[in-house]
Ligand binder design. Sequence first.
Ligand SMILES: Nc1ncnc2c1ncn2[C@@H]1O[C@H](COP(=O)(O)OP(=O)(O)O)[C@@H](O)[C@H]1O
Ligand SMILES: CC(=O)OP(=O)(O)O
Ligand SMILES: [Mg+2]
Length: 395
Amino acid sequence: MQVSTVLVLNSGSSSLKYQLLNPSSGEVLAVGLVERIGLESGRIVHEVGETETEREAPIKDHGVALHLVLDLFKEVGPSLDEAGIVAVGHRVVHGGTLYSQPTVIDDDVVEGIRALIPLAPLHNPANLTGIEAARELFDVPHVAIFDTAFFSTLPAAAYTYAIDADVAAEHQVRRYGFHGTSHQYVSAKVAEVLGRDDLKQVVLHLGNGASASAVDSGVAVDTSMGLTPLEGLVMGTRSGDLDPAIVFHLGRVAGMNVDDIDNLLNKKSGLLGLAGRSDMRDLRNAADAGEPAAVAALDVYRHRLIKYVGAYAAVLGGIDVLTFTAGVGENSFPIRQEVADALGFLGLAVDPAKNAVRSKEPRIISPDGHEGPLVMVVPTNEELAIARQSVEALA
Ligand SMILES: Nc1ncnc2c1ncn2[C@@H]1O[C@H](COP(=O)(O)OP(=O)(O)O)[C@@H](O)[C@H]1O
Ligand SMILES: CC(=O)OP(=O)(O)O
Ligand SMILES: [Mg+2]
C-alpha cells in the first residue's frame, strides 16, 4: 500500500510512548512520552522537530494519557486529521500462543487480548485501553504487534518449565518472553551494522522492565522473561528470578495472600525494593554518595546480568556480540563497563573512552582492533519497528 504516516502507541505498565512517523523514510513528525501514569504526578513530553512541550498533571490511567496526548496534537500539532494516517500500530505485550504475527485488530482480536490479561496483568489492560480509545477515534486499520512474537521460535527445551506436563498444557504455562520487538530490532541492527547474519548474539534490554535474549543467526533461542514479564533480570520494581518456594513461604509465614505477593514481586521489588529507587539514575547517585543499600542493589543487579550473559554464551555455544539497549543499557556507562570487565574471560572488552560517548547511533564500544567478541550499544526503536510491521501486515 502507498504509505503516508502511521501512529504508534507503545503502552508500558506506567508509561505511554508514541510516535507519528513515516515508516518508509523513517521521518518522525511527532514523538512523545507520558510517564508516571497512575501515580500522583504524571508528566508528558511532546516533541515536534526541535520544539518540546512539557506538561505535568496527575494521569489516572492510559485512557486519560491518550486523551492528553491527543489534546497536545490539537494544540501544538501536527494535525492528526491532516497527517494522512494509514494505520495505528499498537504494542501488545502478551500474545500467548494465539498471536505470533502482526495482527489486524477486529473485535475478536480485542477479546483475544482481553483473555490474555491474567498472563500480563500489568500490561495487556493498558494496551487494550489504548486500542479501544484509538479505534473510536481513528477510522483506519489498527494492527497489534506482540512483544511475545519474536520468541515464538524458542526451542521447547528453552520454553518448557519442568512441571507436570498436563497442568502446564491445560493452563498455558510456558515461557513466552517479552520485549521481543526490541530484541528483534536491535539484533537485526547489529547484523546490519556488522554486515553478518551468522552471529551468536546476546542482547540486554535494560529499561524499567529488563530482559536478556540469546539470538542465533537472527533466531531467538532463549530469553529471560517467562510466563509473565516478572522472571529473569532484576528490574526497576520487579524481582526477576527467585525460588518459587518464596511465594509459599511468604503465604505461610507472612500471612500474605496471592494478590499481596503478586503486588510485592511486581511493584515493590527489584531496585525499588532493595534500595528505595526504581530509577537507575537516582540509584547510581545514591550509590555514588555511599549509601550501602544502593551499592548492594547495584551489586545484585550486576551479578544477575553477568550470570545471564554467561549462561547465554553457553546456550549459544559462543558469543560474537553483546549488545546493550533501552534506557539503562543505552545510558548507563558504568553498568556496561562492569559487565564487560567481569566477562573478560569470554573475550569481551569495553574501551572506556568509547563507552563514555553519548550518541543515538548504533556503535561498537570494544577497543579498536579488538579480536574477541564485540560489545555494542544499539538504541532501540520499538515504535519504528511497530510502524513498519503494521504496514507490512496491511500490504
Ligand atoms: N542517563 C541515564 N543514566 C542511567 N539510567 C538512565 C538514564 N536515562 C534513563 N535511564 C533509565 O532508564 C529507565 C527507563 O528506561 P526505558 O527503556 O524508557 O524503560 P521502560 O520502557 O521500561 O519504561 C529509567 O528507569 C532509568 O533508570
Ligand atoms: C514487558 C515489559 O516488561 O514491558 P515494560 O518494560 O514496558 O514494562
Ligand atoms: Mg519499554
